[in-house]
Design a protein around this ligand. Structure first.
Ligand code: 4AD
Ligand code: MG
Length: 502
């Protein structure tokens, strides 16, 4: 009788049955009579036990020499076992070796970031990266279903763009058969045309910005979803953004519990974001930056980071003792790994500790009229448990297409949505200038050539209506939901300054 192949994630339906799994050896620990294996098949991981019995000495010996990431087909019986990973264990009867590997470069010991990024094509198999990719998948799926369910029409916008979409400084230029064009920074301008055709439209694709600084929030190639709606107002845009983020969070909490647990994500922080978001005008945000509350917050943060550094130093001493006393090699390896992780965290914390006084100064001296910087955004978001919509920024620091507030033309009808826990801006959006003459003025003031925007200006000539929308950056959203510090881990192959391999 053929033995059925099942997914590890479906083990609960196959308890006490003999089944097959097809996958890879993630980790192993071998004794003379029994081997403890960790297997993965893409759907999940499981513990497996291979005992030496009469008749299986050959296979026992072969498996013992298998390196990490060898591919195998294992036959065995699923046992319920509370102590095991996922609550089940595979008691192995037989192993078919598909491909033997003996020098997999990424070992369970800790590697530096540079090394892992160079081996990104392999790094993607590791547990954390696997979990992040699956959460990203659910986020993207939620985005699509949210707009589809709300009767938005998907319109794909071009990547080769003849005009500036957001800002000139970050354009990637391309030689387009002798003509100089840019890679798209946004689909928005094209999408405005789509909104006047469909009422509600969205685009979802990669966008490009030549960000010349290396930060943990910036990629040069990132994915953005952009909805655009005719006859909407600023409140409506905020409601749409909040609805989108609520959908993303509740789907992740529903379908990605295991992955969030692997990443040790504090779920309560995500649950808090299911409440209504905070609304602050830019002017109120500036007041907050100047407040005692902000100052105290930063002082507390500084103290907390220093305490944590001391704690980690104590831990390292303990790990060193552990390593000295260890009898087994794997115990020494484990201690070495813990020391490296702790040292990396200390280095990270020390950088933050150095920066905090500077961020304090920036907040204290923040002048109305400037754009909020990364550290200002962090302070505002850290002072709230819910995402914050900051609205009505000074007109001078924002894009040419944003509509001034009729009640105060110094500011525009725009929003930035700041994610909690210091993750910063994940949504940027606005009402668009719908008046032909006012828009030409804005284009000229920015020094752009109105000729290049002729088609865009047409939208203000033929049936112009109040309209607006926003863009949500997928990678920043993934960073926040997963609790990952650096954006480079939120996409399979990150593109940043100095990084285009693999
Ligand atoms: O605020 P931005 O620049 O807005 C626009 O592009 C508008 N045209 C959107 C619209 O109204 N249709 O970018 C929107 C979002 C940001 O909030 C951020 O999440 C993300 O895109 N983003 C980046 N993500 C990663 N790396 C970068 N360099 C990013 N720049 C923007
Ligand atoms: Mg923005």
């Amino acid at each position: 009788m053929d033995i059925k192949t099942v997914k590890i994630s479906d083990f609960s339906q196959h308890v006490d049955q003999q089944i097959k799994i097809k996958g890879w050896l993630y980790n192993s620990r071998a004794g003379g009579k029994v081997q403890f294996l960790v297997l993965r098949d893409g759907s999940a991981m499981c513990q497996a036990i291979l005992e030496k019995k009469e008749g299986n000495e050959d296979i026992f010996g072969q498996v013992k020499h298998l390196g990490q990431e060898s591919s195998i087909i294992a036959t065995g019986t699923v046992r319920a076992d509370d102590r095991s990973m996922g609550g089940f264990e595979l008691a192995i009867d037989d192993v078919e070796i598909v491909h033997e590997t003996n020098d997999y470069p990424i070992t369970p010991k800790q590697h530096g970031v540079e090394f892992l990024m160079k081996n990104r094509h392999l790094h993607l198999r590791s547990k954390k990266q696997w979990a992040i990719a699956r959460i990203r998948h659910t986020i993207i799926n939620s985005i699509r279903s949210y707009f589809n369910d709300n009767e938005f029409i998907l319109v794909d916008t071009p990547i080769f763009s003849p005009s500036v979409g957001e800002e000139e400084q970050t354009l990637f230029n391309v030689d387009y058969f002798g003509e100089n064009v840019a890679l798209s920074q946004t689909g928005q301008l094209y999408l405005e045309a789509a909104a006047l055709s469909h009422g509600k439209a969205y685009c979802f694709g990669p966008t490009f910005r030549a960000e010349k600084s290396k930060t943990r929030r910036h990629l040069t190639e990132f994915w953005m979803v952009e909805p655009e709606v005719a006859f909407i107002d600023l409140e409506g845009i905020m409601d749409l953004g909040q609805g989108l983020i609520h959908t993303i969070i509740s789907n992740c909490l529903k379908d990605r519990r295991d992955e969030l647990e692997i990443l040790e994500r504090d779920i309560s922080k995500l649950e808090a974001a299911l409440k209504p978001f905070v609304h602050l005008s830019y002017s109120e945000a500036v007041e907050l930056l100047h407040s005692e509350k902000a100052k105290n917050h930063l002082e507390n943060k500084l103290a907390q980071k220093n305490t944590r550094i001391e704690e980690l130093k104590d831990n390292i001493e303990q790990y060193n003792t552990d390593a000295t006393n260890a009898k087994k090699q794997w115990q020494k390896d484990k201690a070495a790994q813990q020391i490296q992780t702790a040292n990396e965290e200390i280095a990270e914390l020390q950088k933050e500790v150095e920066n905090i006084p500077h961020h304090m100064e920036l907040a204290k001296n923040f002048k109305w009229g400037k754009d909020l910087g990364g550290s200002d955004e962090s302070i505002i978001s850290e002072l709230h448990d819910q995402p914050v919509f900051v609205h009505r920024y000074p007109r001078e620091v924002k894009a040419f297409y944003m509509k001034p507030d009729p009640e105060n033309p110094d500011v525009v009808l725009n929003i930035d949505c700041l994610a909690p826990e210091g993750y910063g801006e994940i949504i940027g959006g606005s009402m668009r200038e719908e008046d032909y003459n006012a828009l030409i003025q804005r284009i000229e003031n920015k020094g752009f050539d109105p000729e290049n925007y002729k088609w865009y200006l047409d939208l203000r000539k033929y049936g112009s209506v109040p309209h607006g929308g926003f863009g949500l950056g997928v990678e920043r959203t993934v960073a926040w939901v997963t609790g990952i510090k650096h954006i480079r881990e939120t996409i399979a192959y990150p593109r940043m300054m100095g990084k285009v391999y693999p």
